[in-house]
Ligand binder design. Structure first.
Ligand code: DX5
Ligand code: ZN
Length: 218
């Protein structure tokens, strides 16, 4: 099995202190930093872009995991690569040329990820499996933190793991992950758990306990 990775989402951080927040998350046991990019078009919210990722990068010792909820994504891939993202994930629904987007990420020397919205079947990625390092199964409709986990996606995690065969690909789950939902997604085959509100609740003094609780439950 792939190693378990806890990836706190800085979507729930204090943006005025983003560098400190990332350092606090890493000190609290975060394995990766998840960076949610929203364009107000593909998803009904705006967040931050490659400029903020570049500013954050020197504060981040771990893996920077960029989740692009933007359409089109292709014009921005190079910017996120130059900003220092380690994995760049695009949505299968974001454009007609998913295969080209994944090729472009790999050509930039980065790990390529593909995300599936809750309503998108796993068959959407059937012909790009050899181009992905990570599959992100969304467990909420993207756009906002703090939403309720959608249990209907559990069989999709298992279906993706089966489709991948023996490929060394991470399966990430994002949305509503907390100590109660983490064991379900891990049992289904996920190994990268994104969490926003469940990590940030209680403030910086609680980050370590919150991350440990998710890890212990998983
Ligand atoms: C949702 C984002 C998530 C979000 C998760 O569109 O992709 O990464 O921050 O937040 P929680 O863990 O609060 O559901
Ligand atoms: Zn995300």
């Amino acid at each position: 099995p792939r190693p378990l990775i806890i990836a706190p989402s800085v979507l729930s951080a204090d943006y005025a202190r983003l560098g400190e927040e990332v350092r606090a998350l890493e000190a609290a046991g975060a394995d990766w930093i998840h960076f949610d990019v929203m364009d107000g078009h593909f998803v009904p919210n705006l967040s931050f872009g490659a400029g903020v990722a570049a500013a954050l990068r020197p504060h981040c010792r771990t893996h920077l995991d960029a989740h692009l909820m933007i359409a089109p994504a292709d014009p921005y891939l190079e910017g996120f690569a130059k900003a220092g993202a380690d994995t760049i994930t695009v949505h299968a629904e974001a454009g007609p040329h998913l295969h080209r987007s994944l090729q472009a990420i790999r050509a930039l020397g980065k790990r390529a990820g593909v995300a599936l919205n809750p309503g998108t079947p796993e068959s959407a990625i059937a012909y790009v499996l050899d181009l992905v390092d990570l599959v992100l199964v969304m467990s909420v409709n993207p756009g906002f933190g703090g939403q309720a986990f959608i249990p209907a996606i559990l069989p999709k995690i298992a279906a993706v793991r089966t489709m991948l065969g023996g490929r060394p690909v991470d399966i990430e789950v994002d949305g509503g992950i907390a100590p109660d939902t983490a064991p379900q997604v891990v049992a289904a085959g996920a190994n990268v758990l994104v969490a926003g509100s469940a990590v940030f609740r209680g403030g910086p003094s609680a980050y370590a306990a919150n991350i440990a609780a998710i890890r212990a439950a998983a």
